[in-house]
Design a binder for this molecule. Structure first.
Ligand code: NAD
Ligand code: WQD
Length: 359
């Protein structure tokens, strides 16, 4: 007898696939949903291979209410959902805003309607992003959940801000709905089996896939975007979090939402943007990061040290729109979810390299 049936949307994607493994290993029955917009079908078999058992998967587009609704008809015993399905490329979102708003917002609206329509208890964990903070003022670093949210510059970032607003309004409107918004910092690395990992299409925009592809000789060098920032070595600082640690946080979030003790008045109301939602005791926001900032140059050197592989790089001009430095204060997640990202960065970078070698 499992711990309950959990719907994972975007289950074949990078973070979804790792979360599927962790939820299943923690005793949940997972129903994966994806339309393979940005993932490959064989990821489903690979997840089965890691778990050593058949998996339950339904191909559907979450922005298609009818098709998505059929998943709920087939699985009326779903008790919670983790909602990853979304488009996620910041640059692309500026060129294709309607795609981003349609896919990211309509999918979420459909999920909330389908989860709440029968008046049953509904638990949703939502993939939010540190992008909602923009460039934090120095006095807010490391950044905690009660730091001000800044208007995002990209449709992608705005879709995450809107999604949080929609969810917090819904918590007020639907008395049986509980929501946990998880603000991820920079997820990197791959599963230790090297069977699943990040699969960027075309030229990677994110740092670590570009690093591993350069190390593999697919790209001739890495451009380090700027060494004249106001940081110790001049390159930008981020909080890189191991994707498996991140996946484990989703298990803790689902555990919290499903536990009877959740939703009492003990929850501290510390998110000024969402005071009304927080007052319900059914709205939670957590930063998921390591609490340590790493510069681009530190990551590059760390990669070479951890793998013994040479990484040709050049200093290039700043990338437009880049944030100078941001890293998380993850203590709320540690306190209230009992979760901490503790995999050493060398191991994380090695896992990314092991995965790259299989591609
Ligand atoms: P990903 O692209 O690897 O995974 C997303 C998955 O959702 C893909 O498999 C895609 O095919 C699927 N999908 C997209 N639209 C869909 C739809 N309408 N119906 C069904 N499936 C659909 O991305 P990821 O890196 O795993 O990100 C997962 C979530 O986490 C996203 O919501 C993303 O915005 C968020 N996030 C990611 C990062 C990051 O750096 N990777 C950081 C913060 C937040
Ligand atoms: C990291 C650092 C670059 C590539 C993005 C999204 C954000 C969130 C996380 C989803 C930066 C530098 C990069 C390269 C480089 N995603 N870099 N050379 O920009 O922190 O955030 O992912 O919610 O919304 O914007 O991640 O991996 O692109 O960059 O020097 O070839 O690496 O300048 O300092 P970023 P990233």
């Amino acid at each position: 007898m499992g711990k309950g049936k959990i719907l994972l949307t975007g289950a074949a994607g990078y973070i979804g696939s790792h979360t599927w493994v962790e939820l299943s290993q923690a005793g949940y029955d997972v129903v994966g949903v994806d339309n393979f917009y940005n993932s490959e079908r064989d990821v489903i078999d690979r997840i089965g291979k890691i778990l050593g058992k058949p998996v339950t998967f339904e191909e559907a587009d979450c922005s298609d209410l009818k098709a998505f609704g059929k998943v709920f008809e087939k699985h009326p015993d779903i008790v919670g959902a983790v909602h990853f399905a979304a488009c996620k490329a910041v640059g692309e979102s500026i060129d294709k805003p309607l795609l981003y708003y349609r896919n990211n917002i309509v999918s979420l609206l459909n999920l909330i309607s389908l989860m709440t329509e029968k008046g049953k208890k509904a638990n949703i964990v939502f993939s939010s992003s540190c992008t909602v903070y923009g460039q934090p003022d120095k006095e807010h670093l490391p950044i905690a959940e009660d730091a001000p949210l800044k208007r995002s510059l990209s449709p992608y970032g705005k879709s995450k801000q809107m999604a949080e607003e929609i969810l917090s309004d819904s918590v007020i409107a639907f008395p049986h709905l509980k929501v946990c918004a998880l603000r991820y910092f920079n997820p990197i690395g791959a599963h230790p089996s090297a069977l699943i990992g990040e699969l960027p299409r075309g030229v990677p925009q994110n740092l670590v896939p570009f690093v591993t592809q350069t190390a593999a000789g697919i790209r001739d060098h890495l451009n380090v975007f700027g060494n004249d920032y106001n940081t110790p070595d001049g390159s930008c600082i981020r909080d890189y979090i191991y994707v498996v640690d991140l996946a484990k946080a989703h298990v803790k979030a689902i555990d919290k939402l499903l536990s009877d003790g959740c939703g009492n008045d003990a929850q501290v109301i510390d998110e000024p943007t969402y005071v009304e939602a927080a007052k319900t005791g059914r709205w939670f926001v957590f930063n998921l990061g390591t609490g340590k900032g790493l510069s681009v140059l530190e990551l590059v050197n760390g990669f070479m040290k951890a793998t013994g592989v040479n990484l040709p790089y050049e200093i290039a001009p700043r990338r437009q729109g880049d944030i100078e430095q941001v890293w998380a204060d993850p203590r709320k997640a540690e306190r209230e979810l009992g979760w901490k990202a503790d995999t050493p960065i060398e191991d994380v970078l090695r896992s990314a390299w092991e995965w790259q070698k299989t591609l």
